[in-house]
Design a protein around this ligand. Structure first.
Ligand SMILES: [Zn+2]
Ligand SMILES: [Zn+2]
Length: 140
């Protein structure tokens, strides 16, 4: 997984590293890992989904940070069968929408009519992840 740290993520970790509230490096490290996991919930990731054929067990690997990274992995894996790249939408964005507006998961974006869950976190622009959709705003 190739991560390019975002400004808000760096700031959140720096805040922990510069705090005086830790007696041990272990305790600080645990909180850093937990905080990074929370921050990553606001991102979208990708999974490489594979099966050898219809009716076969599906197995997925990930997360990856881009579709291109999935393709690169798939080319290395050379599994044959059927495979696809699956976008993993942000659970943080989904929960933020629920918390703010009590929007039912089935409600759709007023701009493009795709589910709210298909849009990235508003902090990062709120663009719709549906392939070919030009919607740049998750309208509530
Ligand atoms: Zn939309
Ligand atoms: Zn859309």
């Amino acid at each position: 997984m190739k991560i390019t740290p975002r400004k808000n993520e760096v700031a959140a970790v720096v805040q922990l590293l510069e705090s005086d509230g830790y007696d041990s490096a272990e305790a600080l490290a645990k909180d850093v890992i937990k905080r990074v996991a929370e921050l990553f919930a606001d991102r979208e990731f990708y999974a490489f989904v594979h099966r050898f054929g219809p009716g076969q067990l599906q197995i997925a690997w990930g997360p990856f940070t881009s579709d291109a990274e999935v393709v690169k992995f798939a080319n290395k894996a050379k599994l044959g069968g059927e495979a696809m790249s699956l976008k993993l939408c942000s659970t943080g964005a989904f929960l933020a929408r629920l918390g703010k507006n009590q929007i039912a998961p089935s409600e759709r974006c007023a701009t493009c009519n795709h589910p709210h869950g298909a849009h990235e976190h508003p902090t990062f622009g709120g663009r719709c992840a549906v392939r070919g959709c030009a919607c740049k705003q998750d309208v509530k």
